[in-house]
Design a protein around this ligand. Structure first.
Ligand SMILES: Nc1ncnc2c1ncn2[C@@H]1O[C@H](COP(=O)(O)OP(=O)(O)OP(=O)(O)O)[C@@H](O)[C@H]1O
Length: 334
C-alpha cells in the first residue's frame, strides 16, 4: 500500500494541455478519475504507470519521486479496457507471466497463481485459452494477472467498458470487494458516473485537461462546486437568482444563501419535495420505474422534481394542476 501524489504534473500535445496541480491518493484508497471522453483520464493514468512521461511536475509514491522510473520498477498492476491477454497462453500461463519474468521458484508461482485464481473466482478454468472465455472471465484473468505480482498500486483503465450491463455491475462489485480485502491503493478510470459513484471512496472529476473537484461520491453529487460537476453527475436544477438580505427567491421558493447579489443555486430533482398547495404549476410529468419526474413551472422558470411514486401525497391519476414545493438541500455554485 502506498500513497500516490501528483504535483503540478504537466503534459502537452499540439492541441491538448493536461495539468494536474494537485492530486493525493491515500494509502489503500479507491480513487476514480471520472470525466467525459478526451478530458485526459487515460493520459493521467499512463503517467502514473510510467508509460507516459510528464513534461513538468512530480509523481510521488510514498513521497518518493518516480518520474524517471520505468513501469516495471514502480510496483504497479494495470488492467486495460481490452483485457490485453496473451491469446496463445492458457489462463494459468497468462497469470503466471509476470512471476516467471521475475524468475520465482516453480512452487511459489504455482501457489501465487492459485491464490489469484481464487481471488477473482476463476478456479477450474486455468487450462482454458482466452478465446474460450467470456468477456467478463477474460477481464477477471487480467485482474488476477495484475494482482498476482502483489503490486503497491492497482491501476484500472475503463476495465468494464467492453462488457454488457449485468456483468459490468457484478464485476464492479467484485473489484470493490477485492480492493477492500487487499487494502490496495487503487486508481480507476471511467466515464460512467454511476460506476464511479458505486465503486469509489473518492472521485476526481476531470474536465478538459484538469481536475475540477475531488470528493466523496455523495459530497460531489449533492454539493458540487461547479456547474460542470453538477451536470456531469446527474440531472440538475441550476437557478440564476439575485440574493437580498441573504435570501434568494424564485416565486415563492426561497433559499437562505447567506450572501448578496447574483448567485447560482443548485439542487437535485430528488431534493424537491411535493405537497398540496399552489406555489408551482405542474407542467407535465414522466413515469420512470417506481418513480415520477415532474416539470414544475415556478416564477417563470422550470424546475425538475423526482420522487418515488409512493411518496406523492396524491395518486398519479389525481395529479393536481398546482402543488407546493420544498427544497430540502441545495448548494451555491462558484
Ligand atoms: N500520444 C498522443 N499524442 C497526441 N495527443 C494525444 C496522445 N494521447 C492522448 N492525446 C490527446 O490527449 C487528450 C486526452 O486523451 P485521453 O486519452 O487521456 O483522454 P480520456 O479522458 O482518457 O478519454 P477517453 O475516455 O476517450 O479515453 C485527447 O485530446 C487526445 O487526443
Amino acid at each position: 500500500m502506498v500513497r500516490v501524489e501528483l504535483k503540478g504534473v504537466l503534459k502537452e500535445w499540439e492541441d491538448f494541455r493536461l495539468e494536474i496541480s494537485e492530486l493525493d491518493v491515500k494509502d489503500g484508497e479507491f480513487l476514480t478519475l471520472l470525466g467525459p471522453s478526451g478530458c485526459g483520464k487515460t493520459t493521467t493514468l499512463r503517467m502514473i504507470a510510467g508509460f507516459e512521461k510528464p513534461e513538468g511536475g512530480e509523481i510521488l509514491f510514498d513521497g518518493r519521486r518516480v518520474n524517471d522510473l520505468p513501469p516495471y520498477e514502480r510496483g504497479i498492476g494495470i488492467v486495460f479496457q481490452d483485457y490485453a491477454l496473451f491469446p496463445h497462453m492458457t489462463v494459468f500461463k497468462n497469470i503466471a507471466f509476470g512471476l516467471e519474468m521475475k524468475r520465482l521458484p516453480r512452487a511459489e508461482i504455482e501457489r501465487r497463481v492459485r491464490w489469484a485464481l481464487e481471488l477473482v473466482g476463476l478456479e477450474g478454468l486455468e487450462n482454458r485459452y482466452p478465446e474460450q472465455l467470456s468477456g467478463g472471465q477474460q477481464q477477471r484473468v487480467a485482474l488476477a494477472r495484475a494482482l498476482v505480482v502483489e503490486p503497491d498500486v492497482l491501476l484500472l483503465d475503463e476495465p468494464l467498458s467492453n462488457l454488457d450491463a449485468k456483468i459490468r455491475e457484478r464485476l464492479r462489485g467484485e473489484i470493490k470487494r477485492i480492493q477492500r480485502e487487499l487494502g490496495i491503493t487503487t486508481i480507476y478510470v471511467t466515464h460512467d458516473q454511476e460506476e464511479a459513484m458505486a465503486i469509489s471512496d473518492r472521485i476526481a472529476v476531470m474536465n478538459v485537461g484538469h481536475v475540477e473537484q475531488v470528493g466523496k461520491p455523495l459530497e460531489l453529487y449533492y454539493r458540487p462546486e461547479t456547474e460542470f460537476v453538477a451536470r456531469f453527475l446527474g440531472l440538475s436544477n441550476i437557478l440564476e437568482l439575485k440574493a437580498e438580505n441573504g435570501r434568494a427567491c424564485l416565486g415563492g421558493l426561497c433559499f437562505d444563501v447567506g450572501r448578496e447579489g447574483r448567485v447560482r443555486v443548485f439542487f437535485r430533482p430528488e431534493s424537491v419535495y411535493i405537497k398540496p398547495g399552489a406555489t408551482a404549476e405542474v407542467l407535465d410529468y414522466e413515469l420512470l420505474p417506481g418513480r415520477i419526474r415532474l416539470r414544475l413551472g415556478i416564477g417563470g422558470e422550470v424546475i425538475l422534481a423526482e420522487r418515488f411514486l409512493d411518496e406523492l401525497p396524491f395518486g398519479v391519476e389525481a395529479m393536481p394542476e398546482r402543488v407546493d414545493v420544498e427544497v430540502r438541500s441545495f448548494s451555491v455554485l462558484e
